[in-house]
Design a protein around this ligand. Structure first.
Ligand SMILES: Cc1cc2nc3c(=O)[nH]c(=O)nc-3n(C[C@H](O)[C@H](O)[C@H](O)COP(=O)(O)OP(=O)(O)OC[C@H]3O[C@@H](n4cnc5c(N)ncnc54)[C@H](O)[C@@H]3O)c2cc1C
Length: 302
């Protein structure tokens, strides 16, 4: 770790509490939380991690992450503010992964570009949005994507063209050992009224349905084919169920919120309870949308 610390030009925080790095405000320490300064730095860090067999995880702003109370025994790399280049030329958008999705969406709306306006209000970075194939109110980040640049553990850049990565509902096939660095989109030049209307529908819908006052990671489960995950959790009578300081939101049953002091273990208990109850009552095994880090395999199985 000392060698790595001396080598990098970005920042490396040791034993950084992941509670400070996630929207849940939950999670134990990461051995090292690294924000590379630039591409060269990132390349060096990845090569070092690879050569020394250091477990390495990539995160954005942690708005879709549940980290265990024990934390992460490895390197956590985020591109954050050091990769926040954003350029819009006509309807072509070039952005690095550390750009906040909200900023990109607002810049596009301001230019009356259509294609990403329904994503207004989705927290997180562009990198996280691409990997999650973030979506809302009928739109998905992958819809107008031209290509994506990643970096491999060999520290080399690689470009994915359309069709080389598959995107589906809250899922993409980016290899987990490649970090997403930047992307290009080709949006549609539209007019103010059309773009503002789509934006208003998304923004209004979000405010009405989501418990935005409390810390969460958005939807805990993906919606199964049979309907909305929140509907089944609600019908199973679980709204308002609390374990410690964690609660299945009264407002939206697929949002599990942290009232302040919740532990990852409290969330694990609620997740297991919801999966088990919905399975028993409806025969549906809910699948996690939230990404988990630092848990032993099988933790969420029921
Ligand atoms: C209140 C609230 C509302 C939400 N509403 C929505 C919604 O409407 N629609 C929706 O889709 N999501 C929603 N989410 C979830 C979340 O905002 C998205 O999943 C978001 O895209 C995650 O971005 P992030 O930067 O925080 O990624 P993180 O949570 O940090 O990471 C998410 C995943 O992406 C990977 N990852 C992140 N960056 C990189 C990178 N550069 N390279 C490789 N892998 C990377 C991580 O390993 C992890 O698997 C909501 C969350 C909250 C808290």
């Amino acid at each position: 770790m000392d060698t790595l610390n001396n080598m990098i030009t970005g920042s490396m925080l040791r034993n950084e509490s992941m509670a400070r790095r996630t929207s849940y405000g939950i999670g134990g320490p990461a051995k090292a939380y690294i924000t590379p300064k630039d591409k060269g730095d990132l390349s060096q860090i990845l090569q070092f991690a690879h050569q020394h067999n250091l477990p390495t995880y990539f995160v954005g702003s942690g708005s879709n992450l549940l980290v265990s109370d024990e934390g992460i025994d490895g390197l956590v790399i985020t591109l954050g503010k050091s990769f926040n280049y954003l350029e819009i030329n006509g309807a072509t958008v070039n952005a690095e992964s550390g750009v906040m999705l909200g900023k990109m969406v607002k810049e596009c709306i301001g230019r009356h570009l259509s294609g990403v306006e329904s994503l207004i209000g989705v927290p997180g970075t562009l990198g996280g949005a691409l990997v999650m194939n973030a979506g809302a109110f009928g739109g998905e980040i992958s819809n107008y994507l031209k290509h994506v640049t990643v970096m491999t553990m060999a520290g080399e850049e690689k470009i994915y063209m359309p069709g080389e990565i598959e995107f589906s509902y809250r899922h993409s096939t980016f290899p987990s050992d490649e970090i997403v660095m930047s992307a290009e989109f080709e949006l549609i030049q539209s007019d103010e009224a059309t773009v503002m209307e789509k934006r208003a529908v998304a923004s209004g819908g979000r405010k009405k349905t989501q418990p935005l006052k409390f810390r969460s990671a958005g939807s805990v489960f993906k919606n199964p084919e049979e309907g909305a995950a929140g509907y089944f959790i609600d019908q199973a009578g679980l709204k308002g169920t609390k374990v410690g300081d964690a609660e299945i939101s009264e407002h939206h049953a697929n949002f599990f919120v942290n009232h302040g002091q919740a532990k990852a273990q409290d969330l694990v208990s609620l997740i297991r309870l919801a999966r088990e109850t919905v399975y028993k009552q409806y025969g549906i095994m809910l699948e996690l949308e939230v990404k988990t880090l630092g848990f032993t395999p099988g933790t969420f199985d029921v």
